[in-house]
Design a protein around this ligand. Structure first.
Ligand SMILES: [Zn+2]
Length: 282
């Protein structure tokens, strides 16, 4: 299937189906699982050097799709479950700020959730790998095998097209700027932001994290290739894949294990990954 069509088909399927008010998890409280994955997501993305002091990750509530969950304004490396706040998708405002400072760029998340019913997690990074590409005439193109979920060209958001003539700054600090970014993202899994970073979205926190990791790797590899020659070979249509063709569990588990120390890793039950002895020693 044509890749662009595949993304549109996926978006259309989800966009035009009704989101149940209370999605039920097979394992009980889905939001509790999502909270746990969110804290892990922060650990992974900090460990990989993708989240700097100001990046953020959010998820859409399973019990109410009109709510998203975001940590208060804080260093990503310190995020715990106790720091999470509920915000409305409609206006990106906290339901109960609990006396905490909310994140100034929360509109990125609210406006993307509003525009994309298929999106369950949003990541905004200031990845140093994508910024150089965002400054040039080059579009990010898929060049690494595992980044085949990307479209042939990833769009780049230009804040100057979104802010008023007298307005200042490059940050997405209000709803109109967030809505403009969501329009640039359109139905894609990622968009670069000129001189700023990127947004990466997914149908789950795990998928968004794995995608963010490969966007970072892909951007670095493309830039290094361009340093050698402006005439690089990028992936063609036959080399790209649809989301169901990419098992995100392996990279998610790998990246998660990397955040643990050796003692904690030694206690992991390897059988959950199918790593049991299958052959007798002779
Ligand atoms: Zn930012």
């Amino acid at each position: 299937m044509h890749r662009m069509f595949a993304w549109f088909a996926l978006f259309a399927t989800i966009a035009f189906s009704t989101i149940p008010a209370r999605a039920q998890s097979s394992r009980g409280d889905d939001d509790a699982e999502r909270e746990e994955d969110l804290v892990t997501a922060y650990k992974i993305l900090v460990n990989e050097g993708i989240l700097d002091s100001f990046g953020h990750v959010t998820f859409r509530s399973a019990k109410d799709p009109n709510i998203f969950i975001m940590p208060r304004a804080m260093p990503p490396s310190l995020v715990t479950k106790d720091d999470l706040l509920e915000l409305r998708v409609s206006d990106s405002q906290p339901i109960d700020p609990k006396g905490r400072r909310v994140n100034g760029e929360r509109y990125i998340h609210g406006e993307i959730y509003k525009a994309r019913p298929d999106v369950m997690a949003v990541i905004h990074t200031h990845s140093q790998a994508v910024i150089p590409l965002s400054l040039t005439r080059f579009k990010m193109r898929p060049v690494v095998a595992q980044a085949g979920f990307l479209p042939p060209e990833t769009p780049t958001f230009e804040i100057r097209d979104a802010r008023g003539a007298d307005a200042r700054g490059v940050q997405v600090t209000d709803s109109p700027r967030g809505a403009a970014l969501a329009r640039t993202l359109a139905t894609y899994p990622a968009a670069l932001m000129r001189g700023h970073g990127d947004v990466v979205v997914g149908a789950s926190i795990k998928q968004a994290v794995v995608y963010a990791a490969y966007v970072d790797i892909n951007a670095r590899m493309q830039t290094q290739g361009l340093l050698l020659s402006p005439d690089i070979k990028t992936m063609d249509q036959a080399e790209l894949f649809t989301p169901d063709e990419f098992d995100i569990n392996r990279p998610w588990e790998h990246l998660k294990q990397k955040t643990l120390d050796e003692a904690s890793r030694a206690k992991i039950d390897r059988s959950q990954f199918g790593l049991t002895q299958t052959q007798e020693k002779k």
